[in-house]
Design a binder for this molecule. Structure first.
Ligand code: OOG
Ligand code: MG
Length: 262
């Protein structure tokens, strides 16, 4: 760790206030260039503690930057991991107030729910498939607290990987009924298809992203619990939304989900 404990807490407070007040900021590594990876996750953990202390419930975890489309869009080459609390959850078809966010973008995600806990290290695709109860289509609404979504990997990890809202929908589908590599993903905005991909865009198989997430948590003494929401990462690039926009997602064999921005 390169940063003092007080600095970690100050940065967590600053980033969470930006989230709660829908205000942007410059990336934190500008003022703290020597910040290391442990500091970045420690800031994210401190944000999690702040939310839990105020009554939020931890409902899941996310992997991010797991597809080439996303890595290229954001200019980074390594996945990152974050947490989800109940306050981020929206329902299928909800209207999300655009002005409660800074500059939201939506991205299609394959969502896993486990029937058994997964604990790394040593998790692999097979272990994930064996532990999975079902998959569903989901949208993640990301909203980097950094001006113009300009960040480096450490800054975005500290900012809980831009997590803001998520919604899951469709049909809870067992893995026997779907090949997550070849499954087609179609995202539309205002009735026009804006991003298309197949599941294999996520690390060759979306379950590989869940295995990485379990291994990441394992290093930190945590696990992926049964029943949690697990976002495996944007399958395509993220698409910016404006007030009035309607977005819908279809994932072959597992259904659809939609959101509107008011
Ligand atoms: C970081 C969050 C990435 C994903 O699914 O790739 C992410 C960002 O792009 O702002 O959630
Ligand atoms: Mg995402």
């Amino acid at each position: 760790m390169a940063l003092a404990t007080k600095t970690i807490h100050d940065l967590a407070e600053h980033l969470e206030n930006c989230e709660l007040q829908a205000k942007d900021t410059v990336k934190i590594t500008d003022a703290h260039p020597d910040m290391d990876w442990q500091d970045a996750y420690a800031i994210q953990d401190a944000i999690r503690q702040r939310k839990l202390a105020r009554g939020a419930r931890l409902v899941g975890f996310k992997a991010g930057l797991t597809s080439h489309a996303k890595m290229k869009q954001m200019g980074v080459d390594t996945p990152c991991f974050g947490f989800l609390v109940d306050q981020f959850a929206a329902n299928d078809g909800d209207v999300i107030a655009h002005n409660s966010l800074i500059h939201p973008k939506v991205e299609p995600e394959i969502v896993f729910v486990l029937k058994h806990e997964l604990r790394g290290p040593g998790c692999h695709i097979g272990a994930v498939l064996a532990a999975t109860d079902f998959v569903m289509p989901g949208f993640e609404v990301i909203d980097s607290r950094y001006r113009d979504f300009k960040f480096d990997l450490k800054s975005v990890i500290a900012d809980n990987t831009s997590a803001a809202r998520f919604v899951v929908g469709g049909v809870a589908t067992p893995l026997q009924a779907v090949d997550l590599r070849t499954v087609g993903v179609v995202m539309a905005k205002n009735g026009e298809n804006v991003a298309l991909a197949a599941g294999a865009a996520v690390l060759g198989h979306p379950a590989a992203a869940v295995a990485m997430l379990a291994n990441h948590l394992g290093q930190r003494g945590e696990s992926l619990p049964a029943g949690a929401v697990i976002l495996s990462g944007g399958v395509t690039e993220a698409v910016a939304v404006a007030p009035g926009d309607h977005v819908s997602l279809r994932i072959q064999d597992i259904g659809r989900v939609s959101l509107r921005f008011g």
